[in-house]
Ligand binder design. Structure first.
Ligand SMILES: Cc1cc2nc3c(=O)[nH]c(=O)nc-3n(C[C@H](O)[C@H](O)[C@H](O)COP(=O)(O)OP(=O)(O)OC[C@H]3O[C@@H](n4cnc5c(N)ncnc54)[C@H](O)[C@@H]3O)c2cc1C
Length: 374
């Protein structure tokens, strides 16, 4: 093993690993550095939902392409990919309007999404509480995959030509004449490459500030829980966007229910504490939507970070330092978008063809927009 590669990636989450995978597929020797273990960041804390229902052309397109990439990966190695759908519930006329408008755009782009009435919803999720329910948006080709297996599949590919280093924190970049040339680890080793990719997730802002790049990404704490396994009772991720709503699905591999809600107000910062409020509230909210869940046991809770951008879209761009790239700000959908973001990043880094306009993901964009399905 020598200390020179074609590209160095900092961060062993879905974004770093997917980018490394696609760079490796293009014949590059990649070194990936993770300060802890692979999936130690947000990726190992996510609930594994993958959907294509978004509100802008670009996000819908990236998500649809990502779904294809998950399918391709499943053909290489089992990642527990399962298309059980996503069902967004509407309890107000405004939500119905929003979903119907988005469905028109999503269908125009080829997504198999439809508006479903209450009767159809009770067929998709038998036993769902219909009180106040007016309809929903349902896409059967959405689904789930196992984040640990996806990262493992990507890491295996990187190791074919390059290496994955864990327990090695990158503490410094070597920059000469406006170009990145190397990285330094916390035990003072230097590794060299003409390309360095910063995919440090919630740490991306802090890490980038040391070399004068300020990125508008802010970590937020989000909590999750999982229940004991039970017999299969429903297929889709159920999403209730009401202020006291939540989202959850049943894991394909073992029948556990896994879910989260977005706290109001948000909890900014890097804290990974778990709260009793969430434990109690989440159980109550899930059972309100699906009363059959009332007596099942919660076996674990945890928390992780969303890396938020002001408009809810990722950042995927080069920087003013030649050879240095930044990919992050994945908000609550980094796992589902990760495969296609990795593929696009590999094209951007190698100067390959980018199949569609990704300027809305640029670092210097106007962040005034707003992803509605976030
Ligand atoms: C509770 C919860 C549920 C979620 N559910 C979903 C979901 O269902 N679907 C979905 O698509 N998304 C979901 N997300 C969001 C998703 O997890 C993130 O968007 C995604 O994992 C971001 O991936 P990443 O690779 O950018 O960051 P991370 O996974 O955080 O990876 C960054 C890595 O960089 C490492 N690192 C940082 N600094 C350094 C350094 N200096 N040197 C070396 N390594 C370093 C970190 O240790 C970390 O492992 C959820 C998130 C949470 C918290």
């Amino acid at each position: 093993m020598n200390n020179t590669a074609d590209a160095i990636i900092i961060g062993g989450g879905i974004i770093g690993c997917a980018t490394g995978y696609y760079l490796t597929k293009k014949g590059l020797k990649v070194y990936l550095f993770e300060k802890d273990y692979l999936t130690a960041g947000s990726t190992g804390r996510c609930i594994g939902g993958i959907r294509q229902q978004f509100s802008t052309e670009l996000s819908i397109r990236v998500a649809m392409e990502s779904m294809k990439r998950f399918k391709e990966l499943q053909a290489e190695q089992d990642i527990e990919f399962y298309q059980g759908g996503y069902l967004f519930l509407a309890h107000s006329k405004e939500k119905i309007e929003t979903y119907k408008k988005l469905i028109t755009l999503q269908r125009k782009l080829g997504l198999d999404v439809e508006f479903v009435d209450v009767k159809q919803i009770t067929e998709i999720v038998p036993g769902i509480n219909t009180e106040g329910l007016l309809g929903g948006a349902y896409c059967p080709s959405d689904g789930q995959a196992n984040p640990f297996l996806v990262v493992d599949a990507y890491a295996r590919e990187i190791k074919k030509h390059g290496a994955v280093f864990t327990q090695k924190e990158i503490i410094k970049l070597g920059i000469e004449n406006g170009k990145v040339v190397s990285v330094k680890t916390d035990n003072n080793e230097n590794f060299y490459a003409p390309v360095v990719v910063n995919t440090t997730g919630p740490f991306i802002k802090k890490f980038s500030l040391q070399f004068g790049i300020d990125i508008p990404i802010y970590p937020e704490r989000h909590e999750a829980l999982i229940t004991e396994p039970i017999d299969r009772i429903f297929d889709p991720m159920i999403v209730d966007y009401r202020d006291d709503g939540c989202y959850f699905n049943q894991k394909f591999n073992n029948g556990s229910i896994i879910g989260c809600y977005t706290p109001k107000p948000n909890v900014p910062g890097l804290s990974l504490n778990s709260s009793f409020t969430f434990l109690k509230e989440m159980g109550r909210r899930m059972a309100r939507i699906l009363p059959k869940l009332r007596n099942i046991k919660i076996i674990r809770q945890w928390s992780g970070s969303y890396s938020m951008t002001p408009d809810g879209n990722p950042i995927l761009d080069k920087t003013d330092i030649k050879g240095l790239f930044i990919i992050g700000g994945m908000c609550g959908h980094g796992f589902m978008l990760g495969p296609e973001i990795g593929r696009l990043s590999a094209e951007l880094i190698t100067g390959g063809p980018i199949p569609y306009d990704i300027s809305s993901f640029s670092l210097k964009r106007d962040f005034a927009g707003h992803e509605v399905m976030r």
